[in-house]
Design a protein around this ligand. Structure first.
Ligand code: A2P
Length: 348
């Protein structure tokens, strides 16, 4: 992976943007020039990267000239406004928003699951929803051996899914409560500190929220399993930055717990965390800042002979967003699916 390319991060000042910067440095991503883009609010602010102080720019039409790869994490509206302009300027866009995920000409990729989908890209590749990625990582190794018929999942989602300001809001609310004051909420609809509530994305006519339907539709697309039956309940919990999920899997035939454990012990990007004597299993604090999805409490569902139960935790900002995006970028480079521009971009 030696060809160096010109990279732009759209949403560089956000929680995922900051993690993208860390990962690009940690993984020695071959960057020729790096451009940091955000809203006009952040224009002119400085961010350290690789021993340099880079200036954040407000995204505009000419921002993408000479850029080979855009890692976008500035929300769906921003992606809708800028992704096609970036592609027209010659860049490949890896988009962390939900704006394009279900478009038939946009691959939706978890590199450990469906890397082959990258070859079909037409400029935009979508990074799946965080809860979908984390669940996919834990259940795809089992699905590959024996197709899953039905998934029932409940999520316990941290504040980080709503961005850096949401994480700060929870801390402020906790402080207010501990000081005997009434907490206020701006990012979330209700105070999250010492509380929880069903995910507040818009509800459909059947009573499922958008986040729940993302788990249904995106998992089907990534697994190439349009018939897979999935029902999700997504809940926001007062955890700062790692999501947890309780997953029930129904197969056609009984699936031995020991076999599931063996498969997940060797699966890429998954770590089995089970100490039955100590009653120690994955916890969000242990998953925070980790690349792997932690899986444990794999057990036979007592209510169904063909079903397993498992529990997982994964860093929502890392594998649930930034790491998966960087892995997609690495995959594109390995497979020669990014065409670097001949001249360096006029950046930083
Ligand atoms: P800014 O910091 O200038 O608001 P998070 O998900 O952590 O809230 O971060 C969202 C990211 O998206 C931030 O970098 C934010 O920049 C950026 N962003 C939000 N709205 C826009 C916009 N209209 N144009 C460009 N970047 C945006």
């Amino acid at each position: 992976m030696s060809t160096k390319i010109n990279v732009a991060i759209l949403g560089a000042t956000g929680a995922v943007g900051q993690e993208l910067l860390k990962l690009l440095a940690e993984r020695n991503f071959p960057i020729r020039n790096l451009k940091l883009l955000a809203s006009p609010r952040s224009a002119g602010s400085k961010i350290h990267f690789g021993g340099e102080k880079l200036t954040v720019e407000s995204v505009e039409e000419k921002s993408f000239n000479g850029v080979d790869l855009v890692l976008a994490s500035a929300g769906g509206a921003t992606s809708k406004a800028w992704a096609s302009k970036a592609v027209a300027a010659g860049a490949v866009v890896i988009d962390n928003s939900s704006a394009f995920r279900m478009h038939s000409d946009v691959p939706l990729i978890v590199p450990e699951i469906n890397p082959e989908a990258a070859a079909k890209h037409q400029g935009i590749i979508a990074n799946p929803n965080c809860t979908t990625i984390l669940m996919g990582m834990a259940v795809y190794p089992l699905h590959k051996l024996q197709p899953i018929k039905r998934i029932i999942v409940s999520t316990y989602q941290s504040a980080s899914g709503a961005g850096a300001r949401a994480m700060e809001e929870v801390k402020t609310q906790a402080q207010a409560i501990l000081n005997g004051q009434t907490p206020t909420a701006e990012i979330f609809p209700y105070p999250l500190a010492f509380n929880l509530f069903p995910h507040n994305s818009p509800l459909n006519s059947q009573g499922y929220c958008e986040e729940e339907m993302k788990m249904v539709n995106e998992t089907r697309k990534i697994f190439a399993a349009p018939e897979l039956r999935i029902s999700a309940t997504c809940v926001r919990v007062p955890v700062l930055r790692a999501h947890s999920e309780a997953v029930n899997l129904e197969f056609e035939q009984p699936f031995a717990v020991e076999q599931a454990r063996e498969l997940l012990t060797t699966a890429d990007g998954v770590k089995l965390v089970e100490d039955w004597q100590a009653n120690y299993f994955p916890m969000p604090v242990d998953a925070t800042n980790k690349d792997e999805v932690l899986v444990g409490r794999i057990r036979q569902d007592l209510s169904h002979p063909c079903s397993l139960e498992l529990w997982l935790c994964g860093d929502q900002i890392r594998k649930g967003a930034a790491l998966n995006a960087v892995q997609i970028a690495e995959l594109l480079l390995q497979k020669n699916l990014i065409k670097p521009t001949a001249s360096p971009a006029a950046v930083v």
